[in-house]
Design a protein around this ligand. Sequence first.
Ligand SMILES: *Cc1c(COP(=O)(O)O)cnc(C)c1O
Length: 490
Amino acid sequence: MQKPVCGSLDPSDWADFRAQSHQMLDDMLSYVENIRQRPVWQPIPAETRAHFQESLPYLAGSLGAAHERFMHDVLPYTVGNVHPCFMGWVHGGGTPVGMVAEMLAAGLNANLGGRDQMPVEVERQVVRWMRELFRFPDTASGIFVTGTSMANLMSLLVARTAVLGSAVRQTGVHGSAAQLVAYTSSAAHGCIAQAMDLSGLGTSALRRIPVNARHQIDIEALQAAIDADRQAGLRPFFVAGTAGTVDVGAVDDLSALANLAHCHGLWFHVDGAYGALGMLAPDVAPQLVGIERADSLAFDFHKWGQVPYDAGFLLVREAARHMDAFAAPAAYLRREARGLAGGSPWPCDFGPDLSRGFRALKTWFTIKVYGAEKLGKVISETCRLARYLAAQVEADPALELLAPVALNIVCFRYRCADSDNANREIVADLHESGIAVPSTTTVNGRLAIRVAIVNHRTGAQDIDTLLSAVRAIGATRCAASSLENQCPTL
Ligand SMILES: *Cc1c(COP(=O)(O)O)cnc(C)c1O
């Protein structure tokens, strides 16, 4: 047996480490297995927070002690998105398969910036699968990133370079006479505007087009805005449609957007952060028709795809355009025809990251183990539950549906005199009760209880639990707020 190097960080007693590791794995499996026995969320006690304000530890501690601290102070106080009654924002539930795959990836400590290695081939396999799923051509490239916020930013940079030419990478956008203008809907995610900011194009060069009654971008208004900008001498170049808006889950008319973008020579991007993977579900896919015509598509495996955080993805129709925006020669990244420096192009040619983790592995495991059909069924089921919830809301005179349900998001309110405040309080009460976690948003100026069903563990009984809690809390809250309203306000 070879002795470890003195000073190495590997364990001196592997048997001991192995036992502790198995305990840690078992604890996490138990966490997932018994998640229903926990509150969805609970407030963090002050002393727990204080445990993480200690000074930098110089001396070694044991793995067992750190694990105990984790179990006691961290594990009980997360967002709760593993729990089936978590229905806030858009959070994926994760899976045990994804969890153990993460461990394998960490064990390899693979750096997927490039070079000739199988981990990069795993990522390329996922790229090929996504080409197939979204009916993109063989010329399409893809890359894992943190999330759709990053993927949207990258798509904007690819489009910018495509329209202005590679010289823009030296001159910057101000070196060009063309004043680029981009378009998206008023229901688009805030990261589109942020991408305009970060790319140097500026948020005032983003037109936020109004939406129709189904919360889809108004195609006529978009057409008019493009015409007006053209006439003003500006250069319309980019339109971002949304597949699954963050507020209500609306899907833009992607075919109409593709037509319009094509006819005006605009880059057609789709923010499909959570909705794009609806392609896996035969009953959802028809709503996404047109997505296959996108020049670029951003989405997350960590939402509807149930892959553990983080696993964002960018697919670009033409790999050459994609590389034009990011590839840069560097002596220390020289490519060779053979040896470990082979296998060009490398993932680092398709984005700003050089060191990159093995996000592809947990995604590959998730798709291999569950299969596209099963993952699609999970997506269909979340939509079915959303319709089930919406039907109950509509049948109850105490409740009001605030937006049409296209996918898996339901926005409603408890009817009450001081509606916005009452519904805000209802949601906060729900959070603190640990029973269920919806979030809030504003729909047509009114505060809505927003339920996004993303988790594969959520069932009809969880919707019932949520609804009866909303009714019970709503009745008390509303009675209280009408009493308060009787008091004179100063
Ligand atoms: C979640 C979401 C984003 C942001 O994606 P991240 O992965 O959180 O960066 C962008 N757009 C939409 C429509 C989303 O739902």
